[in-house]
Each structure stands twice: as C-alpha cells, then as structure tokens.
Design a protein around this ligand. Structure first.
Ligand code: Z5A
Ligand code: MG
Length: 220
C-alpha cells in the first residue's frame, strides 16, 4: 500500500492566544498516537539570514519600510516551502506555529494605505495550503492578561485590536473559511488541547478518505 501523504496543520491567533503551547502539545500527541513522523515549524523562522533581519526589526534594533518587511516575512515562508512539500510528500505531517494569515493581518493592521489585506496576501499565493488552520480565538484583553504582550514592535493593544478584526475578515472570506476551525482559546489548556485534537482528527480523516492532494494557496 502507498504511504499516505503527511498533513499541513497550522495554528493561528492573536499574541498570547496559546499557539506555541498548543502546537507543542499537538506535535507530542501526534508523535505518540499518529502513524506518521511530525515536523514542527514556526514563522517567523528567526534562524535564517532573512529571519535574522525580521528578528532585528521586531526587536526594534533595525528599521524596514512597511512593504519590505512584509515581503521579508513572506520570503521567510517561501524559504521553507519546498521543505514543507517534500516532508508532506514523504508522509511527514508538518505542524506550523503562525503562517500566511499572520503575514497578511499584521501588515494590514499598520493602516498603510497601499498595504491592504488583498495586497498583503498576494505574495503568499502558491505556498502550500494548510489542510487545517486552527484559529485560537481569544479577545485581546484576556490574551494580554496572560503575562502581558512583551516588548516587540507589534505588541501594543491598538495594533492587537486591529489584528483581531482583520483575522475576523480573513476567517469569513469565501476562499479561506473552509480551511479554518475556530477554537475557543479562553478555556483551560487541557480543554483547548482536546478541541484541537478532535478538529485535527476530523481534518486528517477528510484528507485521507478523499485521497486529497496537498493544495496551494489560491488567489482571492
Ligand atoms: N508576524 C508578522 O508580522 N508577519 C508574519 O508573517 C508572521 C508573524 C509569521 C512574532 O510572532 C511577531 O511576528 C508577531 C506576529 C508577527 N507579532 N506580534 N505581536 P511570534 O509567533 O514569535 O510571537 P510569540 O513570542 O511566540 O508570542 P505569541 O505567539 O503571541 O504567543 P502564543 O504562542 O500564542 O502563546 P503561548 O506562548 O503559547 O502562551 C502565552 C502564555 O499564556 C504562556 O504563559 C502560556 O503558559 C499561557 N497559556 C497558554 N494557553 C493558556 C490557556 N489556555 N489558559 C491560560 N494560560 C495559557
Ligand atoms: Mg508563540
């Protein structure tokens, strides 16, 4: 019997929504209970030369023009696109902490008139498309109560409020909504984890039963 392809599973949400916590738990769970290898990625990947430029920008130690930093975030995903595709073709499931949805909404939240959501999404077209995006939903105030936002460039309340609104716009868009499962991230860690596991089980079954190939991000 041919090996089943791996799945592309993405976590998204506001800062402090619990993405990294749930990503790590899902990776562990799939390694112990799944029948495939699991690769764990996060964006931005701060280890590459482009990722280091992004890191310096987020830390405030360098400046970048808005479009330039947007394209660097996107390039940082393209750097790994082939790695993701090869892993999935070889039967490895890839779990990703933030992906192109973050890329679109954080840049659009800057309110630069020539950087709207549609413009921001354009460089992402053609990237491997998630089989499921788990959107960890929490309001900005409750998220901030989890130890504060930190000191990086976008970690400000008004920016986070706009990001939440834009995530909402993306989630209901005709070409995105089928991939996205909204999880109530205000619950305790174990309850959220159970919801994540169930949503992932359904998504895996849907891909396997239809023998669905890995898709690419399409234009709106
Ligand atoms: N960005 C961008 O502009 N463009 C792009 O293309 C991409 C990103 C990919 C860095 O992201 C910034 O880059 C980010 C978006 C922008 N800017 N901002 N602002 P990052 O992913 O590196 O950010 P981070 O440092 O990992 O923080 P985070 O992702 O915001 O946090 P999180 O991963 O969602 O949360 P967590 O670390 O899992 O949990 C936070 C705390 O809450 C921790 O103490 C947990 O123990 C606790 N926690 C978690 N779950 C719960 C529950 N259920 N109950 C109670 N407490 C909880
Ligand atoms: Mg995180």
């Amino acid at each position: 019997m041919a090996t089943k392809r791996g799945k592309l599973i993405v976590f998204e949400g506001l800062d402090r929504s619990g993405k990294s916590t749930q990503c790590a738990r899902l990776v562990e769970y799939l390694r112990q209970n799944g029948s495939t290898d699991v690769k764990h990625l996060r964006f931005p990947d701060r280890t590459t030369p482009i990722g280091q430029m992004i890191n310096n920008y987020l830390a405030g130690s360098s400046q970048q023009e808005d479009h330039v930093i947007h394209l660097l975030f996107s390039a940082n995903r393209w750097e790994l696109a082939q790695t993701i595709e090869s892993a999935i073709a070889g039967g490895t499931t890839v779990v990703v902490d933030r992906y192109y949805y973050s890329g679109c909404v954080y840049s659009a939240a800057k309110q630069n008139p020539s950087l709207d959501l549609a413009w921001c999404r354009h460089p992402e077209i053609g990237l491997p498309r998630p089989d499921i995006c788990l959107f960890l939903d929490i309001n900005a105030e409750d998220a901030a109560n989890r130890g504060g936002y930190g000191n990086e460039r976008y970690e400000k309340q008004d920016m986070q409020d706009r990001v939440r609104g834009l995530f909402g716009e993306m989630r209901i868009h005709e070409d995105e909504k089928d991939d996205i499962v909204v999880i109530d991230a205000g619950k305790d860690i174990e309850t959220v984890e159970k919801c994540v596991q169930e949503a992932v089980r359904v998504a895996i079954e849907r891909v396997d039963s239809g023998d669905r190939p890995l898709r690419r991000v399409q234009p709106w």
